[in-house]
Design a protein around this ligand. Structure first.
Ligand code: PLP
Length: 428
């Protein structure tokens, strides 16, 4: 789709471009296979000599249309959809790492990502060093090793709400000859487009704002096409040297700027198969159509709620980059001038016990293991998403035992504040 269009238009129009007589709305191609007339026709597809659909584990028209829309929203050259945000982060890294390699990652990332990189990928022989996203360039640089392949962080960390200095991270990554991968789940491309600030690859848990209605679990990996893999030929040999499983094709030579996403699709999805169902991609696409409208309301409501909580006598601290006193206010204004997201984290003066009383007293907001959908919800990270971490790891991740994560929905903000207020009244 033409780059002249604004993001609101792209959210509606990108991805699916029906020809004469075809359905106006993106159809659900609920088919595992696609038919051909000759053996040779299908053979060419297996050799990547020709483009075409043959098996949904590799590609499906519904999934591809939604991937194209997300690539367009981020300003990337190509995208692949995955069955979850976890899968997106795993494959984004695994596409360019193997046993013996090392990655550097901001410690404040989502608990699931922390486990994935710190525990599970270690079992595959890929080591991770976690660093403080706010540390100086010099400090972060110390974590790099000759075998480091990736620098990874979140635009707005879940749930510490650390806003990433994307330009600083891009500079550090590039000075070490590695790509910067940014998980842009919370900001969404409506509020921040990391490629414009030097990030090379973006990932998403599309389960969150992109879907927005908590209807499907999904993920996306988008490539800017800007990282020069050939300039680091040895380091990224999976992209720059022959793939024996495709009769020796070299991804960078055959697919140019689309090499990274093509490899993730035709090699990783072929072999490991974490693709989303076409039905889920259809639902995700419906969500994407209203993403700009919803983000605007999420940000408006969250600002009002953060101001209310900040002024409340029982609240000791509020993390929300829209508050002028917040540590990340200035960075957020630079990278996300339209607003950050609808997620707020805060502490009650009464600590963990007060947090439990407050949460159990809520009537409109529900306790759910989810954030970033239309309904207001709360969660206690220390007992839920970050439960596997010890106190030291919790502190590194910016999570205190009494922290409450509040995902402000798009209901009327007066009703949300009324609910919070009555629950706070219950706290002694
Ligand atoms: N990245 C971020 C920032 C998240 O918040 C989450 C989940 O909360 C994930 C990745 C994992 O996504 P999923 O739950 O879709 O696997």
């Amino acid at each position: 789709m033409s780059n002249q269009y604004k993001i609101e238009t792209k959210c509606i129009q990108s991805g699916w471009h029906p020809k004469k007589g075809e359905p106006r709305v993106l159809p659900i191609y609920q088919s595992t296979t696609f038919k051909y007339d000759t053996t040779d026709e299908m053979g060419k597809l297996f050799d990547l000599e020709e483009e075409g659909y043959f098996y949904t584990r590799l590609q499906n028209p519904t999934n591809d249309a939604v991937a194209a829309k997300i690539a367009d929203l981020e300003g990337g050259v190509a995208a692949v959809l995955t069955s979850s945000g976890q899968a997106a982060n795993f494959y984004a890294v695994f596409n360019i790492c193997e046993a013996g390699d090392h990655i550097v990652c901001a410690a404040e990332v989502y608990g699931g990502t922390f486990n994935l990189f710190g525990v599970t990928m270690k079992k595959l022989g890929i080591d991770c060093t976690f660093i403080d996203a706010d540390a100086s360039e010099e400090e972060i640089a110390k974590a790099f090793r000759p075998n480091t392949k990736v620098l990874f962080a979140e635009t707005i960390a879940n749930p510490a709400l650390v806003v990433l200095d994307i330009e600083k991270f891009a500079k550090i990554a590039h000075s070490h000859g590695v790509p910067l991968i940014v998980d842009n789940t919370f900001a969404t491309p409506v509020n921040c487009r990391p490629f414009e600030w030097g990030a090379d690859i973006v990932t998403h848990s599309t389960t969150k704002y992109m879907d927005g209605h908590a209807m499907q679990v999904g993920g996306a990996i988008v490539d800017s096409g800007n990282f020069d893999w050939e300039a680091q030929k040895e380091k990224y040999h999976g992209l720059t040297t022959p793939d024996e499983s495709y009769h020796g094709i070299v991804y960078t030579q055959k697919f140019g700027k689309k090499a990274y996403i093509t490899k993730a699709t035709v090699q990783l999805m072929r072999d490991l198969g974490s693709i989303p169902a076409p039905m889920n991609c259809f639902l995700l696409n419906v969500g994407l159509e209203t993403l700009p409208l919803r983000m605007e309301r999420h940000c408006y409501n969250a600002q009002k709620v953060a101001e209310f909580l900040n002024a409340h006598e029982k609240v000791s601290h509020v993390n929300f980059a829209g508050l002028p006193g917040d540590k990340y206010y200035t960075l957020a204004k630079k990278y996300m001038p339209k607003g950050t997201c609808g997620v707020i984290s805060f502490e009650l003066k009464g600590g963990r016990e007060a947090a439990v009383t407050f949460m159990d007293g809520l009537k409109l907001a529900a306790i759910v293991t989810h954030v970033a959908d239309a309904r207001t919800s709360v969660l206690h990270p220390a007992s839920h998403t970050h439960r596997q971490m010890n106190d030291e790891q919790l502190a590194e991740a910016g999570v205190s035992p009494g922290m409450i994560r509040l995902s402000v929905g798009i209901e009327n903000v007066e009703d949300i504040i009324e609910d919070l207020s009555q629950a706070l009244d219950l706290v002694k």
